[in-house]
Design a protein around this ligand. Structure first.
Ligand code: ADP
Length: 269
């Protein structure tokens, strides 16, 4: 802690008192360290695809372009790496917009119940033969004010992770929604039967670029920013997001959000 003093001087020139200000240097240092670490991470994440692309392009230049099969394969890899870089840059831009509070989130009043049902319907369609979705939803509408596209991004990310981080041939994703009318909050649980996360690492999965298994996560094409972005979005909605997990058994992601106390009869009018 650093302490600085300043004198309060009256019009007459006499000193009236002093103000002592305590600066929390450790907090500032922490922020500086985090920023340094972030920049190092970004550089590393961008350098990896660049290095890979360069070596494939060199191989093509050295003659691989003459072999149609090989050339197609190498160009495919290069293309994938550019896609990865684009995703990364998009995610970084989104985080930076949220950091600056430059982005106004415009919210709409929706029934979260049907909103979520539609998203799960979409997943069910695209993973018909590989994943079983089990829904436990209340019968009634749950009204919330949310930024639809942002909330959709969060749910896409969490449900995609639930499917992605599982070796299981019998993948199950359970989605539970309930409301607490007393506190005007809803809680959503997205539970998978996948790899799980070791106890000591669970709190870190919302950190930027944190991955439990770096190699695996990269292969899956993720940027390591999905949950960090999700957390920012949920917090911008006065909500909370957290995880619980048992290694090798599965993971649950919980999202808690404020709801509007609206009588459904009023809504129908
Ligand atoms: P990405 O998936 O792009 O790596 P995320 O921010 O979405 O980045 O997730 C961060 C990390 O958290 C993942 O790399 C993975 O290790 C872990 N993780 C997230 N969701 C799950 C899940 N449902 N089961 C197991 N691990 C998960």
């Amino acid at each position: 802690i650093r302490i600085s003093f300043s004198a309060i001087v009256k019009d007459t020139g006499f000193i009236n008192g002093y103000i002592a200000v305590l600066h929390d240097v450790t907090e500032q240092e922490k922020v500086d360290n985090e920023r340094r670490e972030f920049v190092a991470n970004v550089s590393h994440e961008l350098r990896t695809p660049l290095t890979s692309m360069k070596s494939y392009i060199e191989a093509l230049q050295d003659g691989a372009y003459k072999d149609e099969v090989l050339a197609t394969k190498f160009l495919g890899v290069t293309r994938d790496e550019t896609d990865r870089m684009s995703r990364l840059v998009e995610d970084l831009l989104q985080l930076s917009r949220m950091d600056n509070d430059a982005e106004e989130i415009s919210r709409e009043l929706v029934d979260f119940n049907s909103f979520l049902n539609r998203i799960v319907d979409r997943f069910e369609m695209s993973h018909k033969d590989t994943v079983t979705f089990i829904r436990t939803f209340p019968d009634e509408a749950i009204f919330t004010e949310i930024a639809l596209d942002k909330m959709m991004q969060v749910l896409d990310n969490v449900i995609t992770n639930a499917i992605k981080y599982s070796n299981n041939t019998d993948k199950r994703v359970e989605i539970r929604l309930r409301q607490n009318k007393l506190y005007n909050r809803l809680t959503l649980q997205i539970k998978d039967n996948g790899l799980g996360i070791p106890a000591g690492k669970i709190n870190r999965i919302f950190d930027r670029f944190y991955r439990v298994d770096k190699g695996r996560a990269r292969k899956m094409g993720g940027t390591g920013l999905g949950l960090a972005i999700s957390k920012e979005i949920i917090e911008a909605h006065e909500g909370k997001i957290w995880a619980s997990s048992i290694e090798t058994e599965g993971t649950s992601i919980y999202i808690n959000l404020p709801i509007m106390n609206i009588d459904e009869d009023d809504w129908d009018d």
